[in-house]
Design a protein around this ligand. Sequence first.
Ligand SMILES: Cc1cc2nc3c(=O)[nH]c(=O)nc-3n(C[C@H](O)[C@H](O)[C@H](O)COP(=O)(O)OP(=O)(O)OC[C@H]3O[C@@H](n4cnc5c(N)ncnc54)[C@H](O)[C@@H]3O)c2cc1C
Ligand SMILES: Cc1cc2nc3c(=O)[nH]c(=O)nc-3n(C[C@H](O)[C@H](O)[C@H](O)COP(=O)(O)O)c2cc1C
Length: 582
Amino acid sequence: MLVEAKKDIFSQLIKEATHDELVWMNGFLAGLLDQNILSSAKAGAGGAGAAAVAQVAPSIQIDKLTLLYASETGNAKSVATKFAAATKKKGIKTKLASVEQYKLTDLVKEKYLLLIISTQGDGEPPITAIKFYNALHDETLKLDKLQFGVLALGDSSYPLFCQAGVDVDKALELRGGTRKVPLQKCDTDYASYADNWLETALNLLSGSNPGESGTGAVKTSVKPPAAGSHKKIYEGTVIANFNLNDRDSAKRTHHIEIEAEDLAYAPGDALGIVPPNPAQVVREVLSLTEVDPQQTIAWRDQTHSVEELLSIKAQLLYLPERVVRKYAEIAGQEIPDTRMSLVDLLKIYPLKNNQEDFMQVLQILEPIAPRLYSISSSPEAHGDEIHITVAKDQFYVGEKQETGLCSGYLLDVPEETKLQFYIHPNKGFKLPPEDKDVIMIGPGTGVAPFRSFLFERDALGAEGRNWLFFGDQHIASDFLYQTEIQSFLETGVLTAFNGAFSRDQEKKVYVQDRMRERGAELFEWLENGAYVYICGAKEPMSFDVEKALTEIIATQKELSFVEAGKYLENLKEEGRLLKDVY
Ligand SMILES: Cc1cc2nc3c(=O)[nH]c(=O)nc-3n(C[C@H](O)[C@H](O)[C@H](O)COP(=O)(O)OP(=O)(O)OC[C@H]3O[C@@H](n4cnc5c(N)ncnc54)[C@H](O)[C@@H]3O)c2cc1C
Ligand SMILES: Cc1cc2nc3c(=O)[nH]c(=O)nc-3n(C[C@H](O)[C@H](O)[C@H](O)COP(=O)(O)O)c2cc1C
């Protein structure tokens, strides 16, 4: 490739270079190729080319980088994976790991760390990050060598935007780490913010400052946190809403169909909805405070009438302790550190200057958090319809049985009602190639995405085999989508089906028991490359199912439980064991 004279110079340069210099050169050349500069520069060797090279020369001097991610639905993982490909291309030796698999003892040895973390629940880290998160709060941990940056993924519709990222960023600094890259909070439109942040992060970790390159070509500023959610909001019409449980059931699970235009989703995604507050609760608040419902108020960058704010924007029920504490300050009262509804607060701890103080109270209220429902329809089979499967969430407060806000609302929503919703993509729960087998384990509403999978695979004529494990209390009253499942069995779309109806016999039987009974066959499917999906209750179902899988592998492959656990971990790493649990 090179003429003799150039080859000599090149060989000499390499021979005399240190390891770090080689890494730098590698990154430098990768950077040039990345930006297609070399090809355009080639024509004028030494002239235009040299100028172009000077323009882009990023002084990437990071020898080894650790990229950690903490993800629940795959977004942080896909960002981290993309980052790893980019940094490797730049010649940086990159270690990519989930915080779940990362050896915590390695943290003290790290020099350069970039962490991508999402927020779940009410401002909590993903379940995979709990161990890591707790370890960071150990005061004996000293991370003096560490230079770090945190990219926080979140959704500004939730009250605590990117809170897990904020907490981890603080904790890493508290443990002695140096925050080289400012925290970047990202909303649902995170892709471009993430790319920009990585570029900035690499420059900052390399120690280059704006202007240092002499060209201004190196970006070191981070875009400000995204403000406002940028999700596409659909307006659909409810076209069906009926109970899937029979009359004798202790449960109520509704199949809801919504018609909407230009739907774009994939099997495995969820539908997000912000439920309104019950009209009765809004009336009670208005009557207790005697405030004019039509009075307008500026609230979180928007203007609303008080009535609108109370009806569809602000959380009024089961307020978190942090809001109750702020209420106590406004009311000038001592209130126990506990969750309460606004109505109870107003009744038990009345405001002194009712209307005036209430305007302050409105400002401390948080937005109603969205609720997600696994989509149970298939884009291929159901066109302009989107279906969800909603269980009535019932619980006791003292002696009184209460119903969850969103499930209660959805179960009673009449046909023809207009509903606003958005699609929550789940990159970590997608169908495999059409020729692959799938094993689906989804008791209760966990069956929802598998209804979508089955309709989709049927419509596409996918040749891979499908096996469903479903469970609930009674076969007679709780076999959700029974006729559809039977029809899929008859047409051969479902190769196998196992039902576990826990209360139809003396000894309770669950999906994991059915899996154990079919252990040999299940293992054969696994060895044959099958993908395993688990959906439904996080606790205890998903843990019990993983345990059963480990036991099956141990028995069938004659491995110890620990070795079988590694087999399972490998499945996860290969993307063949996927969970969507809540
Ligand atoms: C990815 C994902 C997919 C999901 N898919 C489905 C699905 O397909 N089908 C489905 O049915 N659900 C699904 N869910 C769960 C769903 O999003 C909701 O969490 C569920 O419907 C409960 O919401 P809610 O508004 O009815 O209850 P909430 O009002 O949010 O109450 C939730 C819980 O908070 C507590 N609580 C609330 N108010 C009080 C109070 N006053 N006093 C004491 N405790 C209280 C109770 O423990 C209650 O169970 C999914 C969740 C996720 C994250
Ligand atoms: C049940 C649930 C709760 C969430 N809670 C929050 C939250 O409190 N704050 C926030 O900023 N984002 C919250 N999010 C949004 C996620 O952080 C966001 O969708 C992110 O892109 C998910 O990344 P992941 O797929 O890597 O987990 C929540 C999402 C879900 C599904």
